[in-house]
Write a new protein. Structure first.
Ligand code: C2E
Ligand code: CA
Length: 434
């Protein structure tokens, strides 16, 4: 067996001119060879996080030097029987033949990742780059080369999306799996048949004035009843339907906002959650503009909420963020304070507001005082940057009062009101105005 493994590595063939690693074709042949011998193996796909930023800010020569250094480290962290390849750009792949189980594969992947994360000196600059690694293990996750590479790729995207560092293939995240295809067609059907409904949760200042309501999607499923968004937003993202969902919710929310304005609640704005895909869709701002015009709503009454973790990179989102800011809609950074959150990102995000993470808010009653200090610091820093702060997940009166003491601007949570269907919200607003 040992001879066979060495044979596969020496077959590595054409090399990438920049890094000297094997080419994609050579790596595929190496996997073919191991599979033909029935060898258990792990395929790892590595993608560097934020490589483009280095390339853009320090130049291509520095980018090339970084890739060469990381390739050399990758090679050094492998056993003689392993094969590494560059797939182009900042994507690398590794085949680890003979891994005993997924634990060993995780360990090997984590070691490689740690090795790559050590700082690299590029001229006068010290750069730290992290990699996201997806892995697929043969024969458990597939016994054909193309399937294993696709599955390692699915896992790599999941590692990146969830910021997990290393992730193994999971069919639940695979847009090509049967379950996914069935889910996607059911969601598509729901979006066309009106089975997605929008509920609204009020956000109020501490003097009781309702400033806005947040639109929250629900799926009214024929067999399963009302499905919470936590069960379908991820699937909508992975099946490419999230853009349709945002458009749908935005359209419905602006339509309903028009209604409560007609009933004398013109000061109450509306917030809609947007996803990563919206921020790299160059046509998204034009659709928002068209909906605002169709519903005759002032842009300043509409807030778009985005999670910092979902911003693809500021570079890629820049055009859309600038266009949205140009329309005059408000931008809110959701779940702020859930690590890793960065105050320095806020101006670049064109944000008007941060929403204090529920865990920080709910920790306000803890005796240790850590959450209170964190909340106070975020509120003070946000105010210094000209941003307002909304606390979310306020369930109890003492938390509400504590936030008012900390000079927080507004709050949302079960203490004020649960999310309500549009008609019920209108009645709730009416009762409060009395
Ligand atoms: P989110 O943006 O954090 O929305 C607030 C969630 O917290 C809502 O859950 C709401 O019901 C819940 N919540 C409100 N007050 C409290 C409270 O006092 N305590 C606790 N424990 N929870 C509270 P929901 O409606 O299940 O939504 C979950 C997530 O799904 C939302 O989190 C949002 O990220 C996402 N989502 C909802 N609708 C949409 C949508 O139309 N598009 C996108 N992209 N995401 C959506
Ligand atoms: Ca939100």
């Amino acid at each position: 067996m040992q001879t066979d493994l060495r044979l596969a590595r020496s077959e590595a063939g054409p090399r990438d001119p920049l890094t000297g690693l094997a080419s994609r074709g050579a790596l595929e042949r190496s996997i073919d060879g191991h599979l033909a011998h029935g060898t258990r193996l792990a395929v790892l796909l590595l993608d560097l996080d934020r490589f483009k930023e280095v390339n853009d800010t320090l130049g291509h020569l520095a980018g090339d030097a970084l890739l060469r250094e990381l390739a050399a480290r990758l090679e050094r962290s492998l056993d003689p029987t392993d094969t590494s390849a560059r797939f182009g750009g900042d994507e690398f792949a590794v085949v680890l033949p003979g891994v005993r189980d997924s634990e060993e594969a995780y360990e090997r992947a984590t070691t490689i990742r740690r090795e790559l994360a050590r700082p690299v000196r590029l001229g006068d600059v010290r750069v730290e780059i992290e990699a996201s690694i997806g892995m697929a293990i043969a024969p458990d996750d597939g016994d054909e080369t193309a399937a294993l590479l696709h599955r390692a790729d699915v896992a790599m995207y999941e590692a990146k999306r969830a910021r997990r560092g290393v992730a193994r293939y999971d069919v639940a995240h695979d847009p090509r799996s049967d379950a996914h295809l069935a889910f996607a067609s059911a969601l598509h059907e729901a979006l066309t048949s009106g089975a997605i409904v929008v509920h609204y949760q009020p956000i109020a200042r501490f003097d009781g004035t309702v400033v806005r309501v947040e639109a929250l999607a629900r799926w009214h499923h024929a067999q399963l009843g009302m499905i919470e968004p936590s069960r379908f937003i991820l699937g909508a993202e992975q099946s490419g339907l999230i853009g349709r969902l945002t458009d749908y919710v935005l359209d419905q929310a602006l339509h309903d906002a028009r209604r409560w304005r007609a009933h004398g609640h013109a000061r109450v704005g509306v917030a809609v959650n947007v996803a990563a895909a919206n921020l790299v869709d160059g046509r998204f701002p034009a659709r928002v503009a068209a909906l605002l015009a169709a519903r005759r709503l002032p842009a300043a009454k509409v807030t778009l909420e985005l999670r910092e973790a979902s911003v693809p990179t500021l570079d890629r989102a820049r055009v859309v963020l600038d266009d949205l800011a140009g329309l005059g809609v408000r931008l809110s950074v959701d779940d702020f304070g859930r690590a890793p959150s960065s105050l320095t990102m806020l101006p670049g995000l064109r944000a008007h507001e941060v929403k204090l993470d529920r865990a920080v808010v709910q920790g306000l009653l803890n005796h240790s005082g850590g959450s209170r200090r964190l909340a106070a610091a975020i509120i003070a820093a946000s105010h210094a940057l000209g941003l307002t702060v909304v606390a979310k997940g306020v369930e109890a009166a003492p938390v509400w009062d504590g936030l008012a003491d900390l000079q927080c601007d507004a709050a949302q949570g079960f203490h004020l009101c649960r999310p309500l269907p549009a008609d019920d919200l209108l009645q709730w607003l009416r009762r409060r105005a009395m």
